[in-house]
Design a binder for this molecule. Structure first.
Ligand code: C2E
Ligand code: MG
Ligand code: MG
Length: 764
């Protein structure tokens, strides 16, 4: 058998054709994923660009703000100098001032100008201070600078700063005027509020010494660490640039990342006084903090959307895949048996045939005969079980590389290797035997007949439905008779079926038009040489097609059930004739009518016949019903046949066993069934010269005599056959020797002639 893997693969391919390729969906997923990655990448890049722009903006902002601060500090420092210069000027104009009034004057000025103390250091070493100033004033660097003619500044302790200017007299330094200010003042100034309190500012000298810093100098310590440890090329470059700028009194601003990962902006602005530099350190997110928040929110939303999108896509894909698998199951599996269905069979058969030479495979159709009856009699559950049973048997009997499927209802298709009809038939028979190999005691007598039609695929390129149609066509030609064998498709079968189809179409019209005619063939009693009966035989006299014989249409109508209608028609025609004979006062004899076994499919097959016989008031014993021996081996059940024979007798009909010896004749039949007449098939007399055949006939006739059954010899054509039968003591004879079946009027004429003929009408 084709492997499960292959089945799945082919199934998938077919479904892909119908519903789109699974990999298409994967491609779409992949494209969407790539798109999403691109969108994410772009968003990230955009964010970084925005961040960079924000950093640049921050630098500009910090630069602007620190420039203002620098101006302010410069102004303050300048103001210190101006204040001292104005004071010095005042002193110049208050000559000859007393010690006391100088003290008062300077004290007042110190208060006014916000100095803690003012000192006047004369070049002769005389020092005057409004308040004590700690340390040796003369040795202070700022005082010394002022004595050199420059403005100076000295740091007295942690708390105070001493600003000093030279007192010039006649172009020479005559002394130094110094004012002490609380350091806190300066710290207050640089403790800027400009950056929402997040910025730090300090003043350093050109050597990098911190001159004034806010109380907390930690960030600058960190800054020191960064400068020491910095390995980032850009930052190192910025630091070098900064040193260079500071030397050359240039401002600058740059961003760097602190050790703790925070991004900081450092601005440096040279002050005009004392060569000092104002350093400002601001967290880089001072401006972008809000934007960063929005950006991170936006980023989270985008990431969330992408994630959601992925989840939805994954769910959709899974749903699609499950849906696809369900479709796969529904499309290619037979729900009832779990085996492959017709779609899968067609697909795989196509593949097998594509690769094969003509005659390599045979496609077989198996159909359960009268499956409807199983459903009707035992219920659909039992019917389903039967289908599963058949399917299992077929699957168990196929070989590797062969196929078995249930196409629909009770139709099963096989694709078997080989083309030898005998071999195929042998294998099919094995399957049929296996199907019927259940225990009859347990399962009931439900023997199944599998109608078989096969097509040796000699044209592998044909459309698979045509291949199957050919097997179907062959199956239609399967005979209903027991022991029938698989029919192989050929031209003759097609022709025959076409002919049958035509006849089928003509049936209804012909029945209505009375084209079916009653013919009678006489039976002669040997002992008396008189006509003792007749057999009613149908002839189809079609106005266009001429005479059609029963062998051309009886098997066809047996297959499609129309025979029952036809039998009733001929039965009624027979009854009409007998009625007329009665009415005309003619002598009566039993007329036998053939009853198809199809009647026995129904529960009360005889009711309609009885009703007709009653209608024509046919006397009891005037009609004989011929049952072919095959009925006794058929699937009707022995008990049913026995019961029907009993009913026949109750209704006043005689019963004969037709064609005895044509098939599976068994002498046991004669004992088992209560028949009135046995009709020996003409086959018995074809070899009447054979001593063995003669003995068999003699024994059968003797047996019938012994059990009180009348014997009719059918198909007697020669006087030799006749004299042999006379010798054997046969009761009646029917055959061409006396007459062929004749239309009723001709029969009546023949009968008249026969009765008056000296040689009893025997054609010698
Ligand atoms: P059967 O019932 O065995 O009928 C006897 C057949 O043998 C008839 O063929 C008859 O014409 C033929 N026959 C009679 N004498 C001779 C003879 O000496 N030599 C040869 N070679 N043949 C002889 P027919 O009429 O063609 O009928 C064939 C079969 O068709 C019948 O076989 C019967 O089974 C069936 N049949 C005919 N009419 C009816 C009918 O109305 N209903 C049903 N159900 N079957 C019918
Ligand atoms: Mg007959
Ligand atoms: Mg017969």
């Amino acid at each position: 058998m084709v492997s499960q893997k292959q089945v799945k693969k082919q199934t998938r391919e077919a479904l892909n054709g119908m519903f789109g390729h699974a990999s298409d969906y994967r491609k779409v997923m992949a494209i969407l994923a790539v798109l999403m990655i691109i969108v994410s990448g772009f968003t990230l890049w955009n964010t970084m660009e925005l961040r960079r722009a924000m950093d640049a903006r921050t630098q500009i902002y910090v630069g602007d703000v620190t420039l203002q601060l620098t101006d302010e500090i410069d102004f303050r420092l300048k103001k210190n100098v101006i204040d001292l210069e104005m004071l010095e000027d005042s002193l110049l104009h208050v000559d000859n001032i007393t010690e006391e009034s100088l003290h008062d004057f300077l004290d007042r000025k110190a208060d006014l100008l916000g100095y803690t103390a003012i000192a006047l250091i004369r070049s002769d070493g005389n020092i005057y201070t409004t308040q004590p100033i700690p340390g040796d004033l003369s040795s202070m660097s700022g005082i010394q600078a002022s004595f050199s003619g420059e403005n100076g500044v000295s740091f007295l302790n942690e708390q105070s700063i001493l600003y000093s200017i030279p007192i010039m007299r006649d172009g020479k330094v005559a002394g130094v005027l110094a004012g002490m200010r609380n350091r806190e003042n300066m710290q207050q100034l640089i403790r800027t509020e400009s950056f929402s309190g997040r910025g730090l500012t300090c003043i350093i000298d050109p050597e990098g010494q911190v001159i004034i810093s806010p109380t907390n100098v930690d960030p600058f310590m960190v800054l020191d660490d960064i400068f020491l440890e910095e390995s980032n090329d850009e930052t190192v470059e910025n630091i070098l640039q900064m040193r260079d700028d500071m030397k050359n009194h240039r401002s600058g601003v740059f961003t760097f990342t602190a050790v703790d990962g925070t991004s900081l902006v450092l601005a440096y602005n040279p002050l005009q006084n004392y060569n000092w530099v104002l350093l400002t350190l601001v967290p880089a997110d001072i401006i972008s903090a809000q934007t960063d928040l929005y950006l991170s929110q936006t980023f989270t939303i985008i990431a969330g959307t992408i994630l959601l999108f992925f989840i939805i896509l994954t769910v959709l894909f899974h749903t699609y895949r499950n849906h696809f698998r369900l479709m796969e199951r529904l499309a290619f599996t037979d729900r009832l048996t779990g085996a492959m269905n017709n779609a899968a069979f067609q697909l795989q058969c196509r593949q097998l045939l594509d690769k094969s030479a003509p005659g390599k495979y045979t496609v077989v159709l198996l159909n359960i005969r009268n499956f409807k009856l199983i459903n009707a009699s035992y219920g659909s559950v039992r019917g389903d079980e039967t289908l599963r049973h058949v399917m299992n048997v077929l699957l168990a009997h196929i070989q590797d590389g062969e196929l078995a499927a249930r196409a629909d209802a009770d139709n099963f298709f096989l694709c078997l290797k080989g083309c030898d009809p005998e071999e195929i038939r042998r294998r099919l028979q094995k399957m049929v035997d296996a199907v019927n190999s259940f225990d009859p005691a347990e399962d009931g007598p439900s023997y199944l007949t599998l109608q078989q039609g096969a097509y040796v695929v000699d044209e592998p390129h044909l459309d698979i439905t045509i291949v199957q149609d050919r097997a179907k066509t062959a199956c239609r030609g399967y005979s209903a008779l027991p022991g029938s064998q698989c029919v192989f498709y050929d031209e003759a079968v097609t022709k025959r079926l076409q002919k049958e189809q035509t006849l089928n179409h003509l049936f209804d019209r012909s029945l209505a038009d009375g084209d079916f005619k009653l013919f009678l063939q006489p039976k002669v009693r040997l002992h008396t040489g008189t006509v003792c009966g007749a057999e009613a035989l149908v002839r189809w006299e079609h106005p266009q097609r001429g005479m059609i014989f029963p062998s051309d249409f009886i098997p066809l109508f047996e297959k499609n059930g129309r025979i029952c209608q036809l039998d009733l028609y001929i039965f009624e025609e027979t009854c009409k004739t007998i009625r007329r004979w009665i009415d005309e006062g003619k002598p009566l004899f039993p007329v036998s009518v053939n009853l198809s076994r199809q009647h026995f499919q129904s529960d009360s097959p005889l009711d309609s016949f009885y009703e007709i016989a009653q209608r024509y008031q046919i006397p009891s014993g005037t009609i004989e019903m011929e049952l072919t021996e095959s009925i006794f081996f058929d699937d009707q059940g022995i008990e049913n046949v026995k019961a029907q024979i009993r009913r026949m007798h109750e209704m006043g009909f005689l019963c004969s066993l037709d064609d005895f010896g044509s098939g599976y004749s068994s002498l046991g039949l004669l004992m088992e069934f209560d028949v009135d007449v046995v009709k020996l098939d003409r086959r018995f007399f074809l070899h009447d010269s054979n001593p063995k055949a003669r003995k068999v006939v003699a024994s059968v006739i003797q047996l019938c005599r012994d059990i009180g059954t009348q014997v009719v010899a059918e198909g007697i054509e020669t006087p030799q056959q006749l004299s042999f039968l006379e010798e054997m003591g046969c009761d009646m004879v029917q055959g061409y020797l006396y007459s062929k079946p004749l239309p009723v009027t001709e029969f009546e004429k023949w009968q008249k002639d026969f009765s008056s003929s000296p040689n009893r009408g025997i054609r010698v």
